[in-house]
Design a protein around this ligand. Sequence first.
Ligand code: COA
Ligand code: AMP
Length: 629
Amino acid sequence: MSYADVYESWKSDPEGFWMEAARNIDWVKPPSRALNADNAPLYTWFQDGLVNTCWNAVDRHVEAGRGEQTAIIHDSPITQSKREISYIELRNRVASLAGALRAKGVEKGDRVIIYMPMIPEALEAMLACARLGAIHSVVFGGFAANELAVRIDDCKPKAIIAASCGLEPGRVVHYKPLLDGAIDMASHKPEFCVIFQREQEVAHLTEGRDFNWHGFQYGVQPADCVPVEGDHPAYILYTSGTTGAPKGVIRHTGGHLVALSWTMKNIYNVDPGDVFWAASDVGWVVGHSYICYAPLIHGNTTIVFEGKPVGTPDAGTFWRVISEHKVKSFFTAPTAFRAVKREDPKGEFVRKYDLSGLNAIYLAGERADPDTIEWTREMTGKPVYDHWWQTETGYTIVGNPVGIEPLPVKPGSPTVAMPGYDVQILDEAGQEVAPGELGAIAIKLPLPPGTLPNLWNAEDRFRKSYLEHFPGYYETGDAGMKDEDGYLWIMARTDDVINVAGHRLSTGAMEEVLAAHPDVGECAVIGVTDQLKGQAPVGFLCLNSGVGRDASEVIAEVVQMVRDKIGPVAAFKQAVVVDRLPKTRSGKILRATMVKIADGEDFKMPATIDDPDILSEIRTALQGIGYAK
Ligand code: COA
Ligand code: AMP
């Protein structure tokens, strides 16, 4: 069948399409129907089925005789170690960990926060929660204690599972003091913590509250898989919104299993037993879906890589891992290749390794610029496929259906809508625009299985953020266009979310931190174009009158404050002091105009601007830090 046939088969009979896809999953009780629209515009999928994620990701492969196959390869150029875990070992380790969690009172529906670096134990912790029907929420290691505290207070975990430390090149990230700080800050207190002590740092355990990962499993009864309903939350993953408060994206169990399982062959074109590698982090959605769940559900070998594209030890690391572990499909963010290209523009490292086993490279997380796609394709000789998705959807909205039919690549476009997604470009009035015209990208409801059904504790925010602007649609927050061939082009966010090195960040959250500085009267943060990271945040500060200190002191302090409050991942390193901010007559800060000035682009003077003269001050300030050329 062609892509067009498959898409049409979904469109003409979505219920039949997804019920058929659900056959790849082992159900304790099969669902009687796919979609439940009783509560529209809130939808659920496979609601009356009973199923367990861990069974589908681990146990069933052991039962089917694949227990000896490698499930996880840990490759850490930072610790210079490699390790393999078979499916049977994984089953035993996860059952034991789940048993120990249960012995301490963790049950179906309880929340568990996981705060761990790129080690197999992070996946084991996720799977142990899934085994019990507990709802995990993984928090990325590059966030500060304050961000962890916000998540603790929102999802109120019974337990937190953490490692003693993470390892960044040249720096140990001391997780335990961050964890202790977060628990101190949060109003909600977890009943207990489980700490995985890494060789590189042994953390101090708090008597009575903290348990050692190994010690607390001693002598416990391993846990079996607990069947849960199709609409039972598998996890909550927090992501940046417009304000400082992160959004808790919920993932339901049944749809998650069905949709991820569908993607592995149809999009990534791998079969059970193949090695699949997503070079991301378990703290992001790519890590949830394509380091942990999808490859395991599909019976692949997944790679947990603790390193960076460059510097660990060189720009050849990706190629080494691909050739050494015989990776068939590789997935990363464009920024990673920009980093590799900068260090190895002629691809000398690429030629040192045998990449014959690699079929294709997939990019997502931010706009893939045609230069990076072309360079990667030329150096590797492999097809490079961009695909567009979000934390909210959990998998590809627009991509190249390589396992069905590879479609011609148009660099700069992630290709076409996947079955399940009716993607439309709308004008402000909610009308579909003509091909080639820019507009807001929206998806006709219902969203397919596996996408977010709601936000944790925040249904109003869910409706306001995604459903109200265009009734009958999900608003993606991205703007773009569709061409005559139905290819989508994703151009920019329509909100204050920026994308730094493939990491989604909120400028609003950074502004909240800057505004808390006692000398700052007013502020704004924008995302300017950055050659390596795609975008970089730049802050504008208006100091209170009478502040007699040197501006550079205040700038250094706010940079440190963002690092302390949000974390190093915000990569907030630049700010300027200005007298005033450009605003509309109604007082709205003209951030988009500031971005255009910073990027040296032409712009139309906003008709509603209060005082156009301010723009030249903004330009001069930006030139002082190397922008607005
Ligand atoms: N724990 C603690 N700190 C972390 C972290 C983690 N898991 N991940 C990143 N950080 C820190 C970095 O050490 C850095 O700190 P520094 O300011 O002290 O140098 C800061 O956060 C910014 O990190 P990053 O923006 O990633 O920049 P970098 O200079 O370390 O690396 C790249 C640049 C391009 C090599 C890197 O960003 C990369 O590999 N990106 C791929 C992105 C990706 O996989 N995205 C997931 C979506 S698919
Ligand atoms: P996240 O939720 O962190 O995955 O970020 C999702 C956002 O990243 C999207 O809304 C887009 O703005 C951007 N994004 C992700 N993938 C792509 C892509 N392939 N092309 C353009 N933008 C992308």
